[in-house]
Design a protein around this ligand. Structure first.
Ligand code: COS
Length: 392
């Protein structure tokens, strides 16, 4: 049961996208876990590029489908891909995440050089913000970009980088020193084959995805690699996350909806004590709570996307609420699905077992739940005087 696209957040083109992508996903995607995750990721990027789905990551002027990047479309795509194939969702998300800083602030030349290949699926993209000592506290990053000739020398290490090791292009955030912390960071678009850029470590995770540590050893980049103004990198990263955090929520919805559908089917078929599992009120209570949390998560997710797309506002609080709620609840929903499956639910190859591992990272990446709580609290505190009808 996907999100109901008749809701007023959506327009006719969203309904068409939803219908067409479900049909495509049913035909082209495979839920089974691949043996070679790098090869599988490359194949997903190529297929998503070939059939035009990556065109939703850029505006029409850069070869996109829509006039501007539409958060509701990104969310519908991630929700759908996550339902059919977690790795396809990952592949789509990373192409979009790394494209966003260029969409916001890239020069025409950078757009031509990077975005076209990313959108066609010919180049795999990565967004390199995190470091060993700068995860939640992104402004603490220490990778340095030192001016050299008419360009920069990048030195440092970025870690937990999705697609790190297989990416053809990286958006790298480094300290240029215009100011302290967030005010002294800039973004750079760097070719993955650049001398001085190497993968120092691949990271194995609970559910395998391409992930790695990138080492920058006096990696020389031209001044034309700088994305946006010097010192603007942190804000660019945050603007990107405002768009992509709702999409993480949407992926969690896709996982959760898959878990609910699988649990429902199992509960209807499985007989215990002479009756279908579904006849037991305890099963019904679990399923009812799962379905309600999913719809509540959808409402928050598409509210955040709508606020960004239609109201045209900075949707920082809405994005954080959606990500926190949808990912935390998807974890519980999937855990309940495992419980409904019983021993089968912890057996390798079972849909609930796979989802149980897939969902965990979503509560951490692109801002852990605790970061979202911090963001929400800050946003409501900052606006407390602006609220209508404060009568306390
Ligand atoms: N959009 C635009 N600008 C933003 C912004 C947003 N959503 N959020 C913050 N900024 C701006 C602020 O306005 C501020 O600008 P000025 O210096 O001009 O005042 C600047 O960025 C610094 O913001 P702030 O002071 O809030 O920075 P903090 O260091 O306190 O960090 C959080 C804030 C926690 C929100 C940030 O570090 C964060 O999101 N961390 C999680 C990072 C993350 O998601 N990592 C995962 C990596 S990607 S997988």
């Amino acid at each position: 049961m996907p999100t109901d696209v008749r809701w007023p957040f959506f327009e006719e083109h969203h309904r068409a996208l939803h219908r067409d992508l479900h049909a495509w996903a049913r035909e082209h995607l495979d839920f089974r876990e691949p043996e070679d995750v790098d090869a599988a990721c490359r194949a997903r990027v190529a297929a998503l590029g070939r059939d035009g789905w990556l065109r939703y990551c850029v505006p029409r002027s850069d070869g996109g489908v829509l006039e501007s990047v539409d958060t509701r479309s990104l969310c519908l795509i991630r929700e759908t891909l996550a339902y059919y194939d977690p790795l396809a969702d990952f592949a789509f998300a990373m192409q979009g995440l790394a494209s966003a800083p260029l969409v916001f602030s890239g020069t025409p030349e950078q757009r031509r050089r990077f975005l076209q290949r990313v959108v066609s699926g010919d180049a795999i993209a990565a967004f390199a913000l995190s470091e060993e000592n700068a995860g939640s506290d992104a402004a603490a990053l220490a990778t340095e970009a030192t001016p050299s000739g008419d360009g920069y020398l990048l030195s440092g290490e970025k870690t937990w980088i999705s697609n790190g090791g297989i990416a053809d292009v990286y958006v790298i955030f480094a300290r240029t020193g215009e100011g302290a912390r967030a005010r002294g960071i800039s973004a750079f678009a760097v070719d993955g084959k650049r001398e001085g850029l190497s993968t120092s470590r691949r990271i194995a995770t609970l559910s395998p995805h391409p992930l790695g540590t990138i080492r920058l050893d006096r990696c020389a980049v031209g001044g034309d690699s700088l994305v946006g103004e010097p010192g603007e990198g942190f804000r660019l990263a945050m603007r990107t996350l405002d768009v992509f955090r709702p999409s993480v929520a949407a992926a969690a919805l896709g996982f959760g909806r898959r878990a609910l559908d699988a649990a429902l089917a199992h509960a209807a078929e499985r007989h215990v004590f002479g009756r279908p599992l579904l006849d037991f009120q305890l099963t019904q209570a679990a399923l009812a709570e799962m379905a309600t949390a999913l719809d509540a998560g959808s409402l928050l997710t598409y509210r955040a996307a709508w606020t960004h797309d239609v109201a045209g506002e900075r949707a920082t609080k809405e994005a954080a609420m959606a990500k926190m709620f949808a990912t935390e609840n998807a974890q519980r929903i999937i855990d309940r699905a495992v419980q409904i499956f019983g021993a089968v639910g912890v057996t390798k190859g079972n849909v609930a077992e796979r989802l149980y591992r897939e969902i965990r990272a979503l509560r951490i990446y692109e801002g852990a739940t605790e970061v979202q709580q911090m963001v929400i609290a800050r946003e409501i505190a900052a606006r407390r005087d602006a609220r209508i009808g404060v009568g306390v």
